[in-house]
Ligand binder design. Structure first.
Ligand code: ATP
Ligand code: MG
Length: 321
């Protein structure tokens, strides 16, 4: 298989901090790899190395078959990067920002204007294109940022937390743009702290923690690693909650969570579920909700790391409440 992005044993230290501590990655052409990890896990460090902005202390990496340190200029001609922090020039308009990049990439004035207008239309920014970007909302800036990384029609795109700080609607819009790029055959490496985002977009996911890959696989594979499905039972009458918990404890042999009028428990043997149903029926307990589902990525993350994926800094809205 041909890999658009390949890394082996990447390591980077800052004093005592091991930002990356021996990371391997392989992204087949045309796929999207989700790099999931909490604050300080090493996501941006990995992106910066792959995008030729930072040299690794150890290990090697290739993008589009070119070594990121020895053939950095060739790598740069293939890639686009949307950094974690908006990189647009506030004083310039949307059109000017995109045209400037086109000119830097060696396009003619006419071509760079055409490309700028095409991208602004695609990101629903045509009307705002003539305005200084300091007047843009956060979501508009992120879209312009993404547009900026596409001016040179990259084959490989790095998106470092592209939706952090966006409201749910802007986030969904950005997801659909990313899906469009994947449909065009672009290879994408996207970092995120949102488990849902990796679930929505990624073909494959690697989980970073403290500079190491602690798990990898498809979303389904990762969910299967906890080796459990989740049984949820919500009794019609809240007064029955303790009774349901007792039945679940007896039959499943695990202590359930009681949260929001619902009993939740990990189930390793799905065959035990009918016994729970029978016992509840015998006791005359009516359930308004009874579901056996795969664990969420959130639960997987918790099981892998022993802690929850932190909320992105400065983010008020809780996505995984
Ligand atoms: N230039 C630097 N100087 C010193 N330490 C650094 C530098 N860059 C990163 N680090 C440290 O390396 C570790 C990994 O940082 P990195 O920015 O790669 O994490 P991240 O996964 O992108 O986090 P976030 O989700 O907060 O963006 C952190 O402990 C960070 O403090
Ligand atoms: Mg980062």
């Amino acid at each position: 298989m041909r890999y658009a992005i390949q890394a082996e044993g990447l390591a980077k230290r800052y004093g005592e901090t091991r930002a990356l501590d021996g990371v391997d990655l392989a992204v087949p052409q045309g796929r999207l790899l989700g790099v999931l990890g909490p604050n300080g896990a090493g996501k941006t460090t990995a992106v910066r190395i792959l995008a030729t902005l930072l040299r690794p202390d150890e290990g090697r990496a290739a993008v589009g078959g070119f070594d990121v340190t020895k053939d950095a200029h060739r790598v740069r001609s293939l890639i686009g990067l949307t950094g974690q922090y908006a990189a647009v020039d506030e004083m310039l308009t949307g059109v000017e920002n995109l045209m400037m990049i086109g000119r830097l990439l060696g396009m003619s004035r006419a071509d760079s204007r055409r490309r700028a207008e095409e991208l602004l239309a695609r990101f629903d920014l045509s009307e705002a294109g003539g305005r200084a970007t300091k007047t843009y909302s956060g979501g508009m800036r992120r879209r312009l940022d993404l547009a900026a990384s596409l001016v040179g029609r990259p084959q490989v795109l790095f998106l470092d937390e592209p939706t952090t700080g966006l409201d749910p609607r802007s986030r969904t819009e950005l997801w659909s743009v990313v899906r469009g790029l994947m449909a065009d055959g672009v290879t994408v490496l996207l970092t995120t702290q949102y488990l849902e985002e990796a679930d929505q977009l990624a073909d494959d996911i690697v989980v970073f923690d403290h500079g190491k890959v602690i798990a990898s696989g498809t979303s389904d594979e990762l969910k299967a690693t906890t080796g459990a499905q989740i049984l949820e039972v919500r009794p019609l009458e809240a007064a029955h909650l303790d009774l349901v918990a007792q039945v679940v404890t007896d039959v499943i042999g695990e202590t359930p969570d009681l949260d929001g009028g619902r009993v939740t428990v990990s189930v390793h043997d799905p065959a035990a579920v009918p016994a729970v149903v029978r016992r509840l029926d015998d006791l005359g307990v009516v359930a308004t909700e009874l579901a056996l589902r795969k664990s969420s990525l959130d639960e997987v993350f918790l099981a892998l790391t022993g802690h929850r994926a932190e909320e992105p800094a400065g983010e008020k809205e809780e996505v995984f409440a």
